[in-house]
Design a protein around this ligand. Structure first.
Ligand code: GTP
Length: 485
């Protein structure tokens, strides 16, 4: 049996506190950079950070967050006001956004790999409600509680807009960084590449995106647009919409962030006048919400398509896609009078790995098998996992049959190499059944059945070998497909 893998060391409280403090300092400075009216920031990143602290660290992180908020604001505020405004402000923030984070915690942990449309909607609504509550509470905190009635609306809106923009900008970034750049990055990149390879029109989509981005730059930065400028700037949401619909949340959000930077940076750098802070905040909110919702609907469709066509463990084609592909390749082979091969691969001794090292180790081995198979064939060949430890390879456009012998040999050699599974090393081999079109089967059904039979013959003969169907002396199923070579 494998010795249990030691748990990954968790960072200590002190280092967590330092990281949190550094994050709050950055968020505070980032928000201050966009303070376009005295005490009114276009976005308040601290709100998003507190929600993220609740989502990632749970309720234990919240007292720490409260202390961090007070500490980072200390140098920027007169000491007298600290006991009232700052502590009360920190408590308000932690109570509302921390609670929102705790509420989102379970959902976020489940949806760590992607924002589904449902999750994106849910998150947007929670952000909206939390920012409304927080802005409402702010009016009861000094010095805002002594403001005249007429000014309360403006204060409420600037708090609400800044907090909501800050949440919508920051939380998805944190969640996506956590989920996507973690240990599964490699498989994510592979899945991403595969998905792109599958989608046609990539070049025109990119051109469309570049055109939309240029349009935004012109709209947002050209002062000649004069009065129409601020109103037209809402069209800067266009590239975000295009990017999100074409490529999903992650890409859409990157474009949204760039768009927000393009909108905010000139204001902050050149101290340009801003007509209405709320307008600007609303644009940021609309931009980020568009990226989330449009991107999530794209990701949902992609997810469904992947589910229907790919094996989620290995990223290879699944049985359904394999069936489509073999029919398609057979049609091509008949039309061009090419021969085609089907390899039916079943691992030898895989159950023992599962039994000895556990299901997770078995899964890791299957993923490595998939990677190794990919090194043995061309990109145009189709590798599928039919289920369990059964794989198939379709080799279309065969120049001559000797190629199959070589590939079969490569596969056997590759799959025999030891598998490093964490702290243990496992060994398996493979039995391969080979059926060639047209000699070993005209139809997909014949070809699959005959390759499967040849694979069982390889097992019977002692495993770790490839057997060609035509070479087996087996009872005849159909006269044509079982004729000896
Ligand atoms: N880890 C893991 N195991 C799986 C998965 N799907 C099926 N299995 C297991 O794979 C094993 C396949 O059984 P067999 O094909 O009989 O295993 P084997 O030891 O290779 O036997 P031979 O094919 O006779 O050499 C079974 O124990 C299944 O429970 C999966 O997705 N992950």
């Amino acid at each position: 049996m494998t010795p249990p893998t030691p748990p990954a060391p968790t960072p200590g409280l002190l280092s967590q506190a330092c990281v949190l403090l550094a994050c709050y300092w950055l968020a505070w400075q980032g928000s201050a950079l966009f303070e376009i009216r005295p005490d009114v920031s276009a976005l308040y990143l601290s709100a998003g950070l507190t929600t993220a602290a609740g989502m990632i660290g749970g309720w234990r992180a919240l007292p720490l967050a409260c202390i961090a908020i007070c500490l980072v604001r200390l140098p920027d505020l007169p000491v007298v006001s600290l006991a009232t405004l700052d502590l009360a402000g920190a408590l308000r923030q932690v109570a509302v956004y921390g609670a929102a984070g705790l509420y989102l915690r379970r959902r976020w942990q489940r949806a760590a790999f992607r924002f589904s449309l449902k999750d994106a909607l849910h998150f947007t609504v929670v952000a909206l409600v939390a920012s409304c509550m927080s802005a409402g509470l702010s009016l009861h905190i000094p010095p805002f509680d002594s403001l005249p009635q007429a000014e309360l609306g403006g204060v409420f809106l600037s708090f609400w807009g800044g907090d909501l923009a800050g949440m919508l900008l920051l939380i998805p970034v944190i969640v996506m960084l956590q989920a996507r750049l973690g240990p599964r990055r490699a498989s994510f990149v592979r899945r991403w590449k595969e998905a792109f390879a599958e989608r046609p029109g990539e070049a025109s989509a990119t051109a469309l995106l570049v055109a939309a981005a240029c349009f935004t730059l012109i709209v947002v930065t050209l002062p000649e647009l004069g009065q129409a400028g601020p109103r037209l700037a809402i069209l800067s949401v266009l590239p975000v919409l295009v990017a999100s619909l074409l490529r999903g949340v992650l890409f859409g959000f990157v474009v949204a962030l760039l768009t927000c930077v393009i909108e905010l940076a000139p204001i902050a750098l050149f101290e340009l006048p801003v007509e209405s802070v709320l307008d600007l905040q609303l644009r940021l909110i609309i931009t980020t919400t568009t990226a989330l919702l449009a991107g999530a609907s794209h990701d949902d469709k992609l997810f469904e398509w992947r589910h229907a066509n790919f094996d989620l463990l290995t990223g290879l084609a699944n049985r359904h896609r394999f069936q489509d592909q073999i029919e398609h390749e057979l049609m091509r082979a008949r039309r061009h009078r090419h021969s085609m091969a089907l390899l039916y691969i079943d691992l030898d001794g895989f159950k023992a790995v599962n039994d000895a090292y556990g299901h997770d180790a078995g899964d890791a081995l299957l993923r490595q098998v998939a990677e190794r198979l990919q090194t043995c064939v061309r990109e145009t060949d189709t590798i599928a996992r039919l289920g369990g430890d059964e794989f198939t390879i379709i080799l279309p456009d065969l120049a001559h049959e000797g190629v199959v012998e070589r590939i079969g040999h490569d596969v056997l050699r590759e799959l025999m190499r030891p598998y490093a599974l964490g702290s243990v090393t496992a060994h398996v081999s493979a039995s391969i059944g080979l059926a060639l079109h047209p000699r070993d089967g005209e139809s997909a059904t014949d070809l699959i059945r005959n390759a499967d039979r040849a694979m069982y013959e390889a097992k019977r003969l002692g495993r770790n070998r490839m057997v060609r169907h035509a070479s087996i002396a087996l009872p005849v199923f159909t006269p044509r497909s079982d004729a000896p070579a």
